[in-house]
Design a protein around this ligand. Structure first.
Ligand code: NAD
Length: 480
């Protein structure tokens, strides 16, 4: 079967190759075989997409919210119909097990559907003024052209978390997904188009980011950028946004601590922690990474964790028996290999994994890895591993563990396991993060806000808060 999909740019309502004809290939990370041929957008294409989005903005921003809502709802329904095909494409392009790809598409459907509703709920405010006959009004208006840049680890849902609230708010969009995952995102864009999104309202640029990004950042027509990716790239984009004073949303890296108290069912928490850690081979911004386990249960916890990790099956994501797929590319593979070496050199004790599997000699596979007794100063404890690496350490008391959990500049997600409501509430209050899971690793859901604090970024996606990032506030002082 030839799996190669050919993807073009979508600009001003037309599918077209890059102006200079450049293309690039995306490989299946499990086989290293090409699976998608994508157009490489350059400066000329980017300017055309921005112009198309700017030209479409006045009309789209005036489309009544109920009509925008109906279009989004149709897009969600189309994606639901095509879910299986899109999930398979997603697995081929980014390697995640097919069940996880299906879950990503389901989350995407829910996100679009949620913003179909939120489009109709952009309430303003009014207040009596200071003098008789005076009224104060606050209304919300779409910010204008929005650029949406996203990472490859959840390529479809990450784009949907930007496109859906932007369209719901009345903004127009220039979307640039990561090169890996482009085919699956192209299918998402098709759903919006076939649902009735008018020409120019949603534009898709594909390929390596450099030229696209620089052109977008220089443009005064682009009024907002929403970015999901690493902290260094986010910092670069924040600096680059100064000249045009763009509004920004930044969904950046994380380094989630997990605080396991002594009152839990140790085997059960260890088992669920392995599933949480190895989801998408650990390439998740909210992946549980620093396991702070109470001293009295630490050895038992680590033993159960290692046993459950040993049972995981690595393989191609389309094989339904696979628990863990490959890493996304060779660069990430070399990064995590070095991260493990450095962490062991820094004093960690390697209990499991730490290498490429002997029986899989193609693809970017890496064995799920457990390192025990990791000093807080070790490299992986300070720097986001973004791979299947679990770091174990112990703690004695509450204040100590909170201080250690909060010690990094990251502030995205954190988790705690306890049966005590009191401990849970104190932990929620004390952690410097945007998201806390208590007895669960589920960190994202369409109806609740997702995002970080500190170097993990600002702005929120999902929930009723997510659409606010795409709206400007206008105050009117009316004296009649
Ligand atoms: P990265 O920042 O290097 O790349 C992310 C995306 O941005 C890729 O598509 C890349 O091509 C693109 N990119 C790179 N340079 C760019 C530029 N100058 N302008 C515009 N786009 C550019 O990160 P990565 O290593 O590929 O992705 C993993 C990172 O993303 C991790 O740090 C992870 O925590 C983070 N992430 C965060 C969230 C979140 O919601 N907070 C979600 C997923 C991933």
């Amino acid at each position: 079967m030839d799996n190669t999909l050919v993807c073009d740019l979508y600009i001003g309502g037309e599918w077209r190759p890059a102006a200079d004809g450049r293309r690039m290939e995306v490989v299946d990370p499990a086989t290293e075989e090409p699976v998608t041929s994508i157009a490489q957008a350059g400066r000329e294409d980017t300017l055309a997409a921005i112009d198309a989005a700017a030209a479409a903005f006045p009309d789209w921003s005036r489309v009544p919210p109920w009509e925008r809502s109906a279009i989004l709802r149709r897009a969600a329904a189309l994606l639901a119909e095509r879910a299986e095909d899109v999930a398979r494409r997603l697995t081929l392009e980014v390697g995640k097990p097919i069940a996880q790809a299906r879950a990503e598409i389901q989350a995407t459907v829910e996100c679009i559907d949620w913003y179909a509703d939120e489009a109709r709920r952009l309430y303003g405010e009014s207040l009596a003024g200071r003098t008789p006959g005076q009224r104060f009004f606050v209304s919300y208006q779409p910010v204008g052209v929005v650029a949406a840049f996203t990472a490859w680890n959840f390529p479809v849902v990450l784009q949907a978390r930007k496109i859906s609230p932007a369209l719901a708010a009345g903004c127009t969009v220039v979307a640039r997904p990561a090169e890996e995952g482009t085919g699956a995102v192209t299918e998402l864009v098709r759903c919006f188009i076939e649902a009735g999104v008018p020409a120019g309202v949603l534009n898709l640029l594909t390929g390596l980011p450099q030229e696209i990004s620089e052109t977008v950042m220089d443009s005064d027509l682009v009024r907002k950028l929403s970015f999901t990716g690493s902290i260094p790239v986010g910092q670069h984009l924040i600096r680059r946004s100064a000249d045009t004073v763009k509004r920004l949303s930044m969904e950046l890296g994380g380094h989630a601590p997990v605080i396991v108290h002594e009152d839990v069912d140790v085997a059960a928490v260890a088992a669920t922690s392995v599933v949480g850690k190895c989801r998408n081979a650990g390439q998740v911004c909210v992946s549980p990474t620093r396991f702070f386990v109470h001293r009295r249960i630490k050895d038992a916890f680590v033993e159960h964790f290692v046993e459950a990790t040993r049972r995981l099956r690595l393989g191609h994501g389309l094989d339904p028996e696979t628990d863990v797929g490959p890493l996304i590319n060779r660069r990430r593979l070399e990064f995590v290999e070095k991260m493990v070496r450095d962490t062991v050199a820094d004093g960690g004790r390697l209990l499991l994994g730490g290498r490429r599997p002997a029986d899989l000699n193609r693809g970017f596979f890496f064995e799920p890895t457990v390192i025990d007794d990791v000093p807080d100063e070790a490299r992986a404890m300070r720097e986001e591993p973004f791979g299947p690496i679990a770091l174990m350490t112990s703690f004695e008391d509450f204040d100590e563990v909170i201080a250690r959990a909060n010690a990094l500049p990251y502030g995205l997600a954190a988790y705690t396991f306890t049966r005590s409501m009191n401990t849970a509430q104190r932990t929620i209050d004390a952690l410097e993060v945007g998201i806390v899971g208590v007895n669960t690793y589920a960190a994202a859901t369409a109806e609740m806000p997702f995002g970080g604090v500190k170097h993990s970024g600002f702005g929120r996606e999902n929930g009723r808060q997510g659409i606010q990032d795409y709206l400007d506030i206008k105050f009117a002082n009316v004296v009649m």
